[in-house]
Design a protein. Structure first.
Length: 240
């Protein structure tokens, strides 16, 4: 599976798994089913209650025209089809999805899907190699595979042993996003054995430690992985 490296606001590079072409196609098909079901149900209701479907049809379809734009904007880069397939739209620089970004992706659907019957978007994703259709290239976005919603690995949550005492009260300066980045780095370090075999800390853990120390304005002799784990525990202590 292809990966994408994203630099966070803390200047830490993290590899993410790109959504496959199959994931995106199935998400698109699911969205089509949802849109079609919406139109069918409302048309039947209008026909039953009002009788004149033609007059109401353009109004009924109005939410469908803006479906992808509104979903990306208010559902954090996901349509309902993307939620089911566990994929989402993100900016390549790790920033927030703004209205402008979502609008560019949405308006380029005309090229990616309507004018080319989906061929332009599909070929661009395959050839580009970074999970981007034409709308993504224009908006600076891509589509990633995500973990199941509610997975504790997506949060900075950690269980604390009974009687735990915090070491760094300065962790209160860190944001939830900071801690999520630290948690991802810790998990990545634990999954990578090549450095532990030679007794060396993971380079990403070392880099993250330096960034966190600078942000907290402190010094420590704790090894990188141990320090990052302590920061996570202290954060959970102060936010439990």
């Amino acid at each position: 599976m292809e990966k994408l490296q994203i630099s966070t606001t803390q200047n830490v590079d993290i590899d993410y798994q790109l959504a496959s072409v199959g994931d995106r196609i199935f998400a698109h098909l699911l969205d089509l089913v949802i849109k079609g079901s919406y139109i069918l149900i409302l048309v039947l209701l209008i026909q039953y209650t009002v009788g004149d479907v033609d007059w109401w049809f353009s109004i009924v379809c109005l939410p469908i025209y803006f479906y992808n734009l509104l979903c990306d904007l208010f559902l954090n880069g996901q349509t309902f089809g993307k939620m089911i397939m566990k994929i989402k739209v993100i900016k390549k620089d790790g920033g927030e999805l703004s209205f402008g970004v979502c609008f560019i992706r949405w308006i380029f659907r005309i090229v990616d899907f309507l004018l080319s019957y989906g061929v332009a978007g599909l070929l661009t994703v395959i050839i580009n190699g970074k999970g981007q259709r034409i709308g993504d290239l224009a908006a600076g976005t891509t589509v990633l595979k995500i973990n199941a919603k509610g997975d504790l690995n997506e949060t900075a949550y950690m269980e604390l042993e009974e009687g735990y005492q915090p070491v760094y009260p300065e962790v209160l300066k860190l944001s939830d996003t900071d801690l999520q980045t630290i948690k991802e780095v810790v998990l990545l370090s634990e999954r990578t054995n090549q450095y532990s075999e030679i007794g060396a800390p993971h380079p990403l853990a070392l880099k993250t430690k330096d960034v966190v120390l600078g942000k907290l304005g402190i010094e420590t002799k704790q090894p990188a992985s141990e320090f990052l784990n302590t920061v996570l525990k202290d954060y959970n202590y102060y936010h439990q």
